[in-house]
Design a protein around this ligand. Structure first.
Ligand SMILES: Nc1nc2c(c(=O)[nH]1)N[C@H]1C(S)=C(S)[C@@H](COP(=O)(O)OP(=O)(O)OC[C@H]3O[C@@H](n4cnc5c(=O)[nH]c(N)nc54)[C@H](O)[C@@H]3O)O[C@H]1N2
Ligand SMILES: Nc1nc2c(c(=O)[nH]1)N[C@H]1C(S)=C(S)[C@@H](COP(=O)(O)OP(=O)(O)OC[C@H]3O[C@@H](n4cnc5c(=O)[nH]c(N)nc54)[C@H](O)[C@@H]3O)O[C@H]1N2
Ligand code: SF4
Ligand SMILES: [Mo]
Length: 704
């Protein structure tokens, strides 16, 4: 048998590392190095390296499942399963109206699937109630980016610019564990004489690489950024020429920053004034510098203002829209970027258009062949949608998320999901959420289907089908096609990904995220294309008949102007405010949450891989020796963490790499050690992002 090597990309995080897949004679698939993709140049983390293990039939779903009269999920035919879903969603719509049907998507879905899911909700179901897990991920950075720059693209420059910059401040990113192959860009930065500053309440593997590590109290990044801006002003380091030419709103932002004295900021954050001064010096002295944020500062009930404050710092010092300088957000999921551009978000239409903009509605309605007035308006955000299950929303179609593990206040959300009239889940495995469904549909995985993703740099990529899916499995696109037909819409839901992409190109044309100049052929030949990439138009004065040159794509944004109407970036006047739930006598400790290198998200996929489970077998509570001593807990002892939402128990992991006032739990596991039993769903007023990164808890010793 001749084995064929297919170049493609990893199923997991937003780095979208290149990998080669080769089918083996025994039916398994070999993952190997693909060196031609510049982001990872062949390197893969353990999750990517072992990703093919989830293709095995003993861990994945192999047949549709329906709940029988006794309440057990049993195998069923596709026809029966699809009929039941159409009937379940159709009944709710008939009895309670279209907005009683909800749709929940995921940032792991390809552009084609995310686009089709959004269209399915608005055109077939006619519901406004669609949102997705990306709301829990990068929505605060997106909102701040749109306010300041008029556009949200995670990184406005390719990762390869990082080593050439003078200084990078990484705020709340543990990329040594969350995007390991990207660490190379930061070690090269240091080799080139640049400075790396890491801001994290824990001395993580990433912080260990830093020239300077600041360990603020969780939830105080906004004050920290304001304190730095105060010093920039006080030390005369503002780039007045740049501020005058390229920005607007400086006076108000300046006044707000002046109210944040370094000593006041030291009291709030725990970061000393000399450390603040040193940070300002390292950031301002070189020619160029960057600020990159990740979930640490973003997953806060003031995440949008916090990112705004870091952008203000960049703008005041002339470090945005200039070579090797800028603000960027390190997005998370495989298609975290593209997944937010094409219409599965409550307020959006494809091409990053706004659902409440009449011109956007008219454009997309024309592509879809529907009346613009038939398109519903904006719906609820992810947490609000999940919170409304069983009351306003009676039936839910869920694709590519596992909220029973990953949503804040998860016990409450689990109870809401259980109270639904009808739940349908499409997944590759029987996740904790899928196991509560009335119908579960088994879908194809990345290696078995073609589609595009957009990585954290805004680089649109082609994932290619490398193997034939097993008998009895269908793609998400086939599922939506079948359901549309059963709900009375015969046309407009193609199952061929390239056909969907061709429609997406037209729908996105002229929008902020313009993909109209991108084709599958170009993606294959050019190894990815950065958006915006409008279709080629003949330049004025070109001789008629000459083929216009293709748009090259846009690796670097904002170099000439920002994407605002007047081309100027906007300062936002922001001030420090407390987290939603400050510690008190009853709940005296701060809990923050995050990730470990060997597990991915809710763990639905990676907890099914033996090698990854060996490396990260279960939840834990990371705490400082001083806290452990007060509790009388030794390494490995079970510790109860109690918040106003519930109680979780996991073994102690004692380390002085964390602040003594803070404990950390990873959120990858269900059950007793589920971190999200504890987390606070307080939402950011603009982005509707929950406060995953800070809530008040108390610790209790547990008898072994
Ligand atoms: N191994 C692995 N990799 C992943 C994922 C995964 O689940 N596992 N998920 C992917 C996805 S979707 C995402 S979104 C990214 C997330 O990537 P990251 O943002 O790097 O991941 P987190 O661990 O959530 O948070 C980063 C750091 O924020 C710190 N932090 C906590 N509270 C605060 C705070 O108040 N301020 C500051 N400054 N820092 C704080 C934590 O200590 C943690 O080290 O990773 C992607 N890659
Ligand atoms: N406490 C705490 N909670 C958090 C976070 C945190 O830092 N702390 N981070 C938040 C963040 S940033 C994120 S992104 C969320 C993520 O949390 P989830 O939304 O739960 O993400 P996953 O675990 O990736 O779930 C994806 C599910 O879809 C399935 N799947 C994968 N690919 C496909 C596909 O193509 N089609 C279909 N139909 N299914 C597919 C997988 O098997 C899995 O069951 O968690 C959030 N929750
Ligand atoms: S870093 Fe992300 S994209 Fe790269 S191999 Fe690991 S999980 Fe996959
Ligand atoms: Mo994420």
């Amino acid at each position: 048998m001749q084995s064929t090597v297919t170049p493609t990309h990893c199923p997991y995080c937003a780095l979208q590392c290149g990998m080669n897949l080769t089918p083996a004679p025994d039916g398994t698939v070999e993952v190997s190095e693909r060196t031609d993709f510049p982001v990872n140049r062949g390197a893969l983390c353990g999750k990517g390296r072992t990703s093919a293990a989830v293709l095995a039939s003993n861990v994945r779903l192999t047949s549709p499942l329906v709940r029988d009269e006794g309440g057990t999920l049993v195998p069923a035919s596709w026809d029966e399963a699809l009929e039941r879903i159409a009937a379940g969603l159709g009944r709710t719509r008939a009895e309670h109206g279209p907005d009683a049907v909800g749709v929940f998507g995921g940032g792991g879905l390809t552009n084609e699937k995310a686009y089709t899911l959004g269209k399915f909700a608005r055109v077939v179901l006619g519901t406004s109630q669609i949102d997705y897990n990306g709301r829990f991920c990068m929505s605060s950075a997106a909102a701040a980016g749109i306010k300041a720059f008029g556009l949200d693209r995670g990184l406005p420059f390719p990762l390869e610019d990082i080593p050439k910059s003078g200084c990078v401040i990484l705020v709340g990113s543990n990329l040594a564990e969350t995007m390991p192959p990207s660490l190379r860009f930061f070690t090269e930065l240091k080799e080139n004489g640049g400075t790396l500053i890491v801001i994290d309440p824990r001395r993580t593997k990433t912080a260990e690489q830093a020239d300077l590590h600041l360990a603020p109290r969780p939830g105080t990044d906004l004050a920290l950024a304001l304190g730095l801006l105060h010093l920039v002003i006080a030390e005369g380091r503002v780039d007045e020429g740049y501020v005058g030419e390229r920005t607007a709103g400086w006076e108000d932002a300046r006044a707000a920053a002046m109210a944040h004295w370094p000593e006041y900021v030291e009291r709030i954050t725990g970061v000393s004034v000399p450390q603040l001064r040193e940070t300002v010096r390292l950031f301002c002295e070189p020619e160029s510098a960057m600020v990159l944020t990740a979930r640490g500062p973003e997953q806060q009930s003031k995440g949008t203002d916090t990112v705004g404050a870091w952008i203000n710092l960049c703008l005041a010092t002339g470090r945005a829209g200039r070579p090797l300088s800028g603000y960027g957000c390190l997005t998370g999921q495989g298609n975290g970027q593209g997944g937010r551009e094409h219409g599965q978000k409550a307020d959006q239409l494809p091409g990053y258009r706004k659902l409440d903009d009449p011109a956007a509605r008219a454009h997309v309605a024309e592509v879809w062949g529907v009346d613009p007035d038939s398109l519903p308006g904006p719906g609820r955000s992810a947490y609000e949608l999940l919170d409304a299950l069983g009351t306003d929303i009676r039936s839910l179609l869920l694709m590519a998320s596992n909220p029973v593990v990953s949503a804040p206040r998860a016990a409450h959300i689990e109870e809401r999901i259980r109270s639904l009239d009808f739940l349908a889940v499409c997944d590759v495995v029987l996740s904790e959420t899928a196991s509560l469904a009335d119908v579960v549909l088994p879908v194809t995985q990345w290696a078995e289907e073609t589609g595009t993703t957009t990585n954290l740099e805004g680089r649109v990529l082609l994932r290619r089908r490398a193997i034939t899916p097993p008998e009895g499995i269908r793609s998400d696109l086939e599922v939506l096609h079948e359901l549309a037909a059963r709900l009375g819409v015969e046309k407009g839901f193609p199952t061929d990904p390239e056909e969907v992409f061709e429609e997406l190109r037209r729908a996105s044309a002229g929008g902020a995220a313009d993909y109209s100049g991108i084709t599958y052929r170009r993606l294959a030949e050019e190894n990815g294309v950065f958006w915006p990439c409008p279709a080629a138009v003949e330049a004025a004065g070109d001789p008629a008949g000459e083929t216009p040159a293709a748009h090259p794509g846009t690796p670097r944004l904002f170099l000439d102007r920002f994407a605002t109407p007047d081309g100027r970036a906007r300062f936002v006047p922001v001030s420090h405010r407390a987290i939603a739930e400050e510690p008190d006598d009853e709940y005296p400790v701060l809990l923050t949450t995050g990730r470990v290198v060997a597990q991915y998200q809710s763990g639905a996929q990676t907890r099914r891989v033996a090698e990854l489970n060996a490396a990260a077998p279960g939840p834990f509570v990371e705490l400082h020796p001083r806290l452990a001593a007060r509790l009388g807990a030794a390494e490995g002892d079970p510790v109860a963490v109690v918040s106003r939402r519930g109680r979780a128990v996991a073994p102690a992991r004692i380390t002085n790499a964390i602040r003594p006032d803070t404990v950390f739990m990873p959120f990858h596991w269900p059950g007793e050690g589920r971190a999200n039993t504890l987390t606070n769903p307080a939402l950011d007023p603009t982005s509707r992002m929950p406060e995953f990164k800070a809530c008040a808890v108390r610790l209790e010793a547990v008898e072994r």
